[in-house]
Design a protein around this ligand. Structure first.
Ligand code: GTA
Length: 153
């Protein structure tokens, strides 16, 4: 079946600031990629839950949970590596926007996982955009100037 995502500039609005190549190389990588990024996840969602949901789009090669670089605990995102491009496109098309652990998750094409990309880049250790987030899981409190997240007792 022909790809539904023919124009690489339209398949993701996200641009990784740490991608070292040109915009054209970034677009090519996105177009060929068999990796997706999943965002807006609950901090409590497990790798097993991710596997259960995302294997509906196709066979998974690997899951890499995104971790807070300070606490080394899940911080709301992950990467999923599929074997086939078609399954990758189905994952973005059908799973993005579904609810996992009460949160609508966002599935995005990714240019490809590299060691180090699993760590949150935010000042607090988690994801950058969590420092701007307003919708938290009910048992998480936001304290401090840079989105320091703590769990309620
Ligand atoms: N494929 O959408 C994505 C995506 N995101 C959001 C993160 N990653 C993604 N990959 C894909 N699609 O490997 C990947 C990153 C990295 C890992 C953790 O997840 O490539 P991060 O989320 O901690 O850091 O990454 P990143 O990617 O630098 O964050 P972001 O949100 O794009 O922020 C970029 C800039 O925009 C920053 O300067 C930030 O201060 C600013 N910003 C972000 N959100 C807001 C906001 N709501 N308001 C104002 N400024 C904001």
């Amino acid at each position: 079946m022909a790809s539904l995502f023919k124009d690489p500039s339209k398949i993701s609005v996200y641009r990784d600031r740490r991608f070292s190549g040109t915009q054209e190389e970034f677009d090519d990588a996105l177009q060929a990629s068999t990796t997706v990024y999943v965002g807006n996840m609950s901090f409590y969602t497990t790798e097993e839950q991710v596997y259960e949901l995302f294997s509906r789009a196709g066979e998974i090669k690997k899951i890499i949970m995104g971790l807070d670089k300070n606490t080394k605990t899940p911080c709301g995102f992950c990467f999923i590596l599929y074997y086939s491009r078609e399954d990758t496109e189905d994952s973005v098309k059908y799973i993005s926007g579904t609810i996992l652990d009460d949160r609508p998750i966002r599935v995005d094409f990714d240019w490809g996982f590299q060691e180090g990309r699993q760590w949150g880049r935010g000042k607090s250790g988690g994801q950058v955009r969590d420092e701007y987030r307003t919708d938290y899981d009910p048992d998480i409190l936001l304290i401090g100037g840079y989105g320091k997240l703590v769990q309620k007792e």
